[in-house]
Design a protein around this ligand. Sequence first.
Ligand SMILES: NC(=O)c1ccc[n+]([C@@H]2O[C@H](COP(=O)([O-])OP(=O)(O)OC[C@H]3O[C@@H](n4cnc5c(N)ncnc54)[C@H](O)[C@@H]3O)[C@@H](O)[C@H]2O)c1
Length: 380
Amino acid sequence: MSNKKKLRIGIVGYGFMGRAHTNAYRQVSRFFDCEYEPVLKAACGRNEEKVKAFAENWGYESTETDWRRLVERDDIDAIDIAAPNNMHKEIAIAAAEAGKMILCEKPLGMNTAESKEMAAAAKKAGVKTLVWYNYRFIPAVTMAKNLVDAGKLGKIYHYRANFLQDWTISEDVPLGGQALWRLDVDASGSGVTGDLLAHCIDTAMWLNGPITSVSAMTETFVKERTHSETGEKKSVGVDDACAFLARFENGSLAIFESSRYARGHKALYTFEMNGRDASFAWDLHDMHRLSYYDNADGDLRGWRSIHVSEGEHPYMDKWWVPGLNIGYEHSFTHCLYGFLKSLEDGEAGFHPDFSDGVKTDVVCEAVLESAKTKSWQEIE
Ligand SMILES: NC(=O)c1ccc[n+]([C@@H]2O[C@H](COP(=O)([O-])OP(=O)(O)OC[C@H]3O[C@@H](n4cnc5c(N)ncnc54)[C@H](O)[C@@H]3O)[C@@H](O)[C@H]2O)c1
């Protein structure tokens, strides 16, 4: 056992994100220098056999089958919410009231009202929060942010982002249950807007500032699906696809698109930003590269493809040697590292926190409202 300060973790959910977060808890102190070290105290899931198998595989000391028990435990400092969206609010508010830090998956709430309640509860309790908008922490994406902050792009004119998948095209894909809760509006709150566009919106506002108005359209292509647990036919209440126009406070214009019906695309998250002096573009399928065009390059002007893997690039001095790639899972480790560093200085804030999560939920809600009412929505 090291003599670092301990951050004792209790996690709810052992699915996709339960594994991604736990991997980060296990790796962060080995690769990054921080005063705090996560301790895998307890994993929680409703199925005792499955949660025990998860805990054993990943090294959690104990298990719970009721998240309320987990939140009440006095040997836990932080609650990690890696459960479906309809669980976030209740768990987060209980965790805040119990004085625990909260590391919550996105979208923060099922809607803006929920996420505001969560943020208010955390603020009232004075607990530190994190929302797992992990894409900010991919080295090439962080490098893009550094370029904006250094003023390399000059005045910004355009932002565009896509998040395209194709996994729900078949009418036979059921609705409800592990991973498939995304198609059940009662568990997810929305479809691609809260699931995929929330990531695009978080990154966009981080890079380009607040969004002030949106005009959207959505579609649900398959209207009925069979619930995987009850076997009943249920009407599909989520948006299968969404496209929207947006204006940013800095005067730039944007276009966003997301779909789970874009045949051939599995997780094509791309964004591009065009300024007066330079542009960049990024693609999750080639995540360690940043495309960059600088108008000051004279007759050598052209799109460079920067392999973001050198020691001077964000986070990369902590990993292998220049030229070697890291992966998707490292974004969670970097996000966690930032959170742990913020604990070292009580005053330092960590972002994205619950206040950032609320801002993204507000835009998501305006997008859905715009599609419903076929009107532009202003965002305050
Ligand atoms: N940051 C990202 O890139 C990213 C990626 C995927 C999912 N997510 C978010 O992570 C969250 C979880 O998604 P996932 O893909 O891991 O889902 P998943 O279906 O793979 O896992 C969900 C887990 O929650 C557990 N669970 C459900 N209800 C519970 C309850 N009442 N008590 C205890 N445990 C319960 C399930 O048993 C399962 O272990 C969602 O909010 C989702 O939007 C974020």
